[in-house]
Ligand binder design. Structure first.
Ligand code: ADP
Length: 544
């Protein structure tokens, strides 16, 4: 027998309708690309989103068409998202940190029809435009006064585009499984692959993000998504914040420690989210200036493993709770959250930290298991590690245009490419990405664990560990270190610091010092580049 409840479709534009009606005056603050901090509210964002929808409709954009954005987090970018999605078109976030050729490849693969871009990227857009014939309209996210002189066909200032529309327009009607957003994985192996979010998955993602088991969002919160909208849906915050009526603070193009901390303080931000590299900069800034974070209550850290020293610094020095999270583009991206279970808060702080360093417990809506290479499920004992596979309400069922099908099995499990353990309490720990794990004498060494310990050394700003060929052991760990400005430490100091904290056979055989560690477009350590750079590296004789 079927239930007798309404089939209220889960559509993303219902979120902004709700926010405008019930939290209309709630502010959205943006550090604008033009410079000043600007303020708007949910009522105006909705009205302007309707004008975006009307303008795109007039320009002939149809349901299912891809509309690209190459933009920082600002209110305009948010309006564009809702406007695009509200006519059944698909917002396609392009990551400006990719190489121009990769961007052109992705935009061509997606067959984007329109491109909204921040003026920071004008030269980049001019460069790639001739390679993307499908784009017929370029919208610079600015007003006429700031419209750059650019060699682009059909270029219009965003403010002019929407000024020509009165907003007397109704969102289109369509089923909830209609495609809504498109985001490509960074493609560290092979070509990037498109993840196609639906309205339904995005609405459910927002409910997950806002729930108590995740960020526990309320109307009284002020949220700063440092995580860019082009990095997997800004982890759901662009939908979850209006859903609960929270104030949003958009950081624009400035993600350095001083700029982020200024917004955190001036706007009295209570909840924020970003990858560890952003927080490395922010914590260094706080340390140097002696500033504090009086209003901030919670920080979500994910995208790569959060070092123990970072969790400790936030919690003990600044009284900010860290929620360590794991997820991926293919999961919209939320997967697990490391929130303490009842009783764990009574444990000694070091033990609490042990749990917080884990990637966390799957949220409702995510199923997870670990398997061996023959797809046999492994025990949840915190020791056995294997391929991490997931299913869920906001997990991809395949990639755009059918690529990468081998990652999805017949029973609907998606192979994350991560190697992990699951413990009896339900906490998942990422051992490594399967391609980064170091194979030494038939056993595996987690590069992540060593990196996270190494950054706990007071002189170390950032650390990376890669496996380098070894005549006897197949591979051995090489520790690559960036020292903090003005700090001094030698190879032996660092190894001494690690000694006793990890198994003897996990100890790196050598430490090299570099000025900079390369990062991927989503802020992860670029292991492929490091492996290339140290391809000719030879172990000191003693280590052989
Ligand atoms: P990319 O396109 O670079 O793969 P994603 O953000 O989708 O970008 O990356 C997902 C991957 O990032 C995960 O599979 C995992 O390897 C890594 N990751 C994300 N969060 C964490 C975390 N908290 N700890 C360790 N690794 C993480």
């Amino acid at each position: 027998m079927r239930g007798l409840m309404q089939g209220w479709p889960l559509l993303v534009h219902k979120i902004i309708d709700h926010a405008a009606l019930y939290h209309g005056e709630r502010q959205i603050v943006s550090r604008s690309i033009e410079g000043p901090v600007e303020r708007t509210n949910y009522r105006d964002v909705r009205l302007r989103a309707l004008r975006v929808a009307q303008a795109l409709d007039r320009a002939g954009v149809k349901a299912g068409d891809r509309v690209a954005t190459l933009a920082w987090n600002t209110a305009r970018h948010l309006e564009a998202w809702y406007g695009i999605a509200g006519i059944g078109a698909i917002y396609h976030t392009l990551n400006p940190r990719l190489f121009p050729d990769q961007l052109a490849w992705i935009a061509n693969h997606a067959e984007d029809r329109v491109l909204f871009f921040d003026t920071t990227f004008t030269r980049l857009v001019e460069d790639i435009a001739p390679k993307i014939p499908s784009i017929g309209l370029y919208v610079a996210l600015t007003d006429r006064a700031h419209l750059p002189a650019a060699n682009l066909p059909n270029l219009v200032a965003y403010e002019d585009l929407i000024a020509a529309c009165d907003g007397d327009f109704a969102w289109r009607e369509f089923p909830e499984d209609t495609a809504c957003g498109l985001c490509y994985t960074s493609g560290t192996t092979g070509n990037p692959k498109g993840v196609l979010y639906s309205h339904r998955s995005n609405v459910l993602l927002s409910l997950m993000a806002a729930s108590g088991g995740a960020m526990g969002l309320k109307a009284s919160d002020c949220i700063l998504p440092v995580v860019p909208m082009f990095h997997a849906n800004a982890w759901g915050l662009a939908f979850a914040a209006p859903m609960v009526g929270a104030k949003i603070v958009m950081p624009g193009a400035k993600l350095d420690g001083a700029s982020v901390c200024e917004l955190l303080t001036n706007e009295k931000v209570t909840v924020t989210a970003a990858v560890p590299t952003v927080w490395l900069m922010a914590l260094q800034y706080l340390e140097q200036t002696g500033r504090t974070l009086p209003d901030l209550k919670r920080v979500l850290i994910g995208g790569s493993a959060c070092p123990r020293s970072m969790i400790e610094a936030f919690e003990t020095k600044y009284d900010v709770e860290v929620v360590h999270a794991w997820g991926m583009t293919e999961m919209s991206p939320l997967g697990t959250m490391s929130v303490l279970k009842p009783g764990m808060r009574d444990l000694p702080y070091e033990k609490q930290l042990d749990y917080k360093c884990k990637q966390g417990v799957p949220m409702f809506g995510v199923e997870a298991k670990i398997t061996d290479d023959e797809n046999r499920e492994l025990p949840r004992d915190g020791k056995a590690f294997g391929r991490l596979k997931v299913k869920g309400l906001a997990v991809a069922s395949g990639y755009f245009k059918g690529e990468g099908a081998e990652a999805f099995d017949a029973d609907g499990w998606f192979d994350t490419g991560d190697v992990a353990t699951l413990d009896a309490d339900g906490y998942m720990t990422i051992v490594d990405r399967s391609k980064d794990v170091i194979k030494s004498g038939g056993e595996w060494i987690s590069s992540i664990d060593i990196e996270n310990l190494a950054v706990g050394h007071p002189a170390v700003a950032e650390a990376a560990v890669i496996g380098v060929r070894h005549p006897k052991w197949d591979e051995r760990p090489l520790l690559i270190v960036v020292l903090k400005k003005g700090a001094k430490a030698g190879r032996d100091d660092i190894l001494q610091f690690l000694s006793g904290k990890i198994a003897k056979w996990w100890m790196p055989d050598d430490v090299v010092f570099v000025d900079e560690i390369p990062h991927t477009a989503t802020g992860k350590i670029q292991k492929t580049a490091l492996r290339e750079r140290f391809g000719q590296y030879r172990w000191p004789q003693a280590a052989e």
